[in-house]
Design a binder for this molecule. Sequence first.
Ligand SMILES: *Cc1c(COP(=O)(O)O)cnc(C)c1O
Length: 463
Amino acid sequence: MTPENQPSDPNSIELNPIFARPGEATALPKTRLPEEESLPETAYQIVHDEAMLDGNARLNLATFVGTWMDDHAQRLYLEAADKNMIDKDEYPKTAEIETRCWTMLADLWHAPSPEGTIGTSTIGSSEAAMLGGLALKRRWQQARRAVGKPTDKPNLVMSSAVQVCWEKFCNYWDVEARYVPISEDHKVLDGYRLEDYVDENTIGVVAILGVTYTGMYEPVKQIAEALDRIQESTGLDIKIHVDGASGAMIAPFIQPDLEWDFRVERVASINTSGHKYGLVYPGLGWVVWRTEEDLPEDLIFKVSYLGGDMPTFALNFSRPGAQVLLQYYLFLRLGFEGYRRVQQNSQDVATYLSSEIAKMDAFELWNDGTDIPVFAWRLKKGHTSNWNLYHLGERLRTKGWLVPAYPMPDDLTDLTVQRIVVRNGFSHDLAEDFLEDLRAEVAYLDSLDGPLPSPSAGAGFHH
Ligand SMILES: *Cc1c(COP(=O)(O)O)cnc(C)c1O
């Protein structure tokens, strides 16, 4: 008898219909460790099914973070899932590839000499921003101590529309956060009245390339010129850190003439998120300093590497190494031209969507997606008092689209906007589907006779 012909064993685990076995027909505890083991199939199915209740990542128009990679990347990801980035000695190739990646970025961002720069991968832009901020703080402290001045009141100057990581930096490292409010006239930090905010205790100015709320670029060169004037009149030499979480992987490819990077001499350091427009799955950021001198020596630790020491500057110790390999894969796979085409395509989709949304009676654009492929709109004054953008967000969610509505930051908090982040994988075809749903939901809301009750919390604002 061949095995296939053997009579079936009614107790065989494989034969039992899935969902009808022990542990599947009942619920497992959710707040304490289960007493006993489960079959791997059972545990898998339960976790898989719960995750199914999450929104569909590809329809998440709220996030900046990568939600699509090709099959080769998926394969590499699985193969490299066991790599720990900190084990430089054990995985010297991964360590070398990390260095190649940030050296390529230094070159892309016009560092005066890519060999004389220093950089690192991080878990994301938040960690990268902490490192950039720490380097500014330490340099300021050293300069102050050298001339016998106190170092107890550092401050950092930035737009009120900064990403939350900068609030965290200031809170965690005891730096006073000085926010320059944005307004209808100054939609981004542009150097206007900067002299009112900086003083001898300013460790640096953050310029954002791609403001999270709206996708707009802050004019780094113009901010640097304002700081030049301040230096002329006060002698203060204040450096800029560019938070290029998204824009540092857009501008080099589709706005190559825009001077926002190390071409601007005041720019000491730049961060980006490999997992945003670097096109890698979540868990990767980068930070690069203009020169080795911009990163104070005493912040650097040494880990063992091929019998010697390798410098590291990081908040974490262990961290996945796979994302670094994925970034390198994409650098090789796409090259400059490939990135240019991908980012240009995202921008084309963004400007198409914004132009169609601008045609709708209900809305008014805040910006149009010509900086990074991100734009926001508001409800036109006087259009309706029956519904607002939170209601619209809820309606769109029933179709699967996650499009957050949220208030603008300080001084503009009365203004609610809705934002779309166009990423690789949001095709023209999907954009058409989205517009169709958007028009239908607006028509539905407009057809209501009276005001809707206040909506529950919407899709949420993704920083
Ligand atoms: C997303 C974002 C961050 C935070 O980046 P993570 O990679 O999510 O940690 C910081 N600054 C800006 C401008 C961002 O858009």
